[in-house]
Design a binder for this molecule. Structure first.
Ligand code: FPP
Length: 255
């Protein structure tokens, strides 16, 4: 069976804490193992022909976690960037970061900036880390930026439409790739948790029982297989429509 490969996959890398606790380890050990998964999933997505991969590394709501846990996450992010920048470059991967990056410590911001700059001309997999990101914040920020442009006379309120709003989102640089095709969440939770809500409006969602530290290339392939079987109708009637409408007219049913 030939697979229909999603152009853009977004993943909520959930279940690190539970994975560790079930094994009698502190929660942060799950993040250590979880961060080690990123490399292989980036590679697997790239090899499958996925064009954009977005990973939810830290949400605006995650600021409520203990400082000690946050510190570990920043260290892991820095370690990943320092270790994997060369590999990403060799794979022609481009990296972007979305979210309130300015809230991060200066050293984390600096390394993010330097790796993003280094990979900025790469044209392969478009990798996005969502770090201190929230969709509601992204939309509120877009509204604010648009209002400022109206004040400056660059736009008028009636100019606003979906295409224009997208230009104010953090994902605007992804252009046509910003729309999420496949939304994956690990660990058995069935929520979107404020991740790419606008961009995933018509995404196919696949929820996987496996916790993120165990999620591997085979799980990714299974999610893509599941995606391949789905019929995406985007609010239309899809392949069932014409048969139904020709056999039974709406008027007949209403009589
Ligand atoms: C959710 O698990 C996971 C996170 C909040 C952090 C995800 C971050 C990483 C995998 C490391 C980031 C590193 C890179 C390289 C991007 P949880 O702690 O909420 O798990 P739980 O639901 O079991 O408590």
């Amino acid at each position: 069976m030939s697979l229909n490969i999603p152009k853009h996959i977004a993943i909520v890398m959930d279940g690190n804490g539970r994975w560790a606790q079930r094994r009698g380890h502190p929660r942060v050990f799950g993040h250590v193992r979880g961060s080690a998964r990123v490399r292989s999933i980036v590679k697997a997505a790239d090899q499958m022909g996925v064009r954009a991969l977005s990973l939810y590394a830290f949400s605006t709501e995650n600021w409520s976690r203990p400082e000690s846990e946050r510190r570990v996450l920043w260290r892991l992010l820095k370690k990943y960037l320092m270790r994997d920048a060369d590999d990403l470059h060799r794979q022609n991967v481009r990296l972007r970061v979305i979210g309130e990056v300015e809230r991060l410590d200066a050293d984390v911001q600096a390394i993010l900036r330097s790796v993003v700059e280094r990979l900025q001309n790469n044209s392969g997999l478009q990798l996005t880390f969502a770090v201190t990101y929230g969709s509601r914040l992204e939309l509120a920020r877009a509204a604010q930026l648009f209002a400022l442009d109206c004040e400056r006379g660059i736009h008028r309120p009636r100019d606003m439409n979906e295409a224009l709003l997208e230009k104010y989102l953090w994902t605007s640089e992804l252009g046509d790739l910003a729309e999420v095709d496949l939304f994956i969440r690990t660990s058995g939770e069935h929520r979107m948790s404020n991740f790419l809500l606008w961009q995933a409006a018509y995404a196919e969602c696949v929820f996987i029982e496996t916790c993120w530290p165990d999620f591997d290339a085979k799980d990714l392939a299974r999610a893509v297989e599941e995606y391949s079987k789905r019929e995406r109708r985007f609010g239309g009637v899809g392949s069932a429509g014409p048969e139904f409408t020709s056999a039974v007219s709406g008027d007949m049913l209403l009589k």
